[in-house]
Design a protein around this ligand. Structure first.
Ligand code: XMP
Length: 321
């Protein structure tokens, strides 16, 4: 089925919200659905739409796959508690790390995440709760990139020929599928979500596993998490679309305390973009770059090299995996 994009300039947020609430109400399973909240603008918007449509009939989970940023699960759950939306944290760390063990190829990694999410974790949650309907925040760009063969977005199922009812035991409702990120932000704002959510920089579904090149292990995730914290501290004041750290697979020779130190490499990316379809590296000042290098090499144990990506998308992509 061809999906028609609703362009941001044509979007009437209040009308859209009303229509989607009606759609969710009529397609949910006897007024019941489950959904996963990551705290990003897409899943937060879907959570609010679902909550308005179904009230207590919507059961919202935060899947703690061990790949989130520092303190993220608790921060998101307490923010939504203030908004009157209860969220249950599901500890799924072992399921995800087992699925990722020994996987280095980017597309295989993405496939492993999809299976852990939809088959292992949601399959189990749907079975245990008896709810046969998953609400999720897939957006237009996710489909476009997957179908074009750029990369497999973790949340694309039907477009890859996956029949979720057959394979996983539940159907999927995707209220944001016609929108790109700026349009989702307008809807999020109209729903009364706070600015820290409606203006939140995008964060990919595969989370920090998209930022580790090569095998994703708990130790390597801990490393990139620390570097991410520094990058976010230093760059959150910029107007950039997205900024983050990537851990490279190769180690390089460095020198510390006058001795050879064979250590890790971190790549920093900071993007100017409207909708993630194309992007340019932000022209950060050399002082900022210098501070990033100083802080990452001193605060993240074992890192001896920090680089800044100066490539546009295309041919680069926003994430490295
Ligand atoms: P790329 O790397 O394809 O990223 O240039 C485009 C935008 O999408 C985000 N991204 C994802 N979002 N699931 C998501 O929900 C994914 O699998 C995924 N991969 C990339 C990325 O952060 C950027 O904003």
């Amino acid at each position: 089925m061809k999906i028609e994009e609703i362009e941001t300039r044509d979007l009437e947020p209040d009308k859209f919200i009303e229509e989607k609430i009606a759609e969710i109400t009529s397609s949910a399973d006897n007024g019941r659905a489950v959904n996963a909240l990551s705290g990003g603008v897409d899943s937060a918007t879907v959570t609010m739409l679902g909550h308005k449509a179904l009230g207590d009939g919507l059961k919202t989970y935060f899947i703690d796959h061990g790949l989130m940023r520092q303190d993220e699960p608790q921060q998101i759950v307490s923010l939504f508690k203030k908004l009157g939306v209860p969220v249950e944290i599901v500890d799924a760390q072992s399921e995800f790390f087992n699925a990722l063990e020994g996987v280095a190829d980017p597309e295989e990694k993405r496939e492993a995440i999809t299976h852990a999410f939809y088959e292992d974790v949601f399959g189990r949650l749907a079975k245990d709760s008896g709810v046969k309907c998953l609400l999720q925040g897939t957006i237009y760009t996710d489909i476009e990139e997957t179908v074009a063969g750029v990369k497999r977005q973790h949340n694309i199922l039907a477009q890859l020929g996956i029949d979720t009812e057959d394979s996983y035991g539940y159907k999927v409702i995707e209220p944001l599928i016609q929108l790109r990120k700026p349009a989702v932000r307008k809807v999020a704002k109209a729903l009364g979500l706070p600015e820290e959510i409606y203006n939140r920089p995008p964060f990919p579904g595969p989370a920090l596993s998209a930022r580790v090149i090569g095998e994703v292990t708990p130790e390597r995730v801990r490393l990139v998490r620390k570097a991410t914290k520094v990058v976010e501290d230093e760059l959150s004041h910029t107007e950039a679309f997205q900024y983050f750290a990537i851990l490279h697979e190769d180690k390089v020779t460095g020198v510390r305390d006058g001795k050879r130190d064979y250590g890790f490499q971190i790549e920093v990316r900071c993007w100017d973009s409207q909708d993630a379809k194309t992007g340019s590296p932000t022209r950060l000042s050399y002082d900022i770059l210098d501070r990033l290098a100083q802080r990452i090499t001193s605060e993240v144990l074992g890192v001896v090299s920090v680089t800044y990506n100066i490539t546009k998308k295309p041919p680069s992509t926003i994430e490295a995996v």
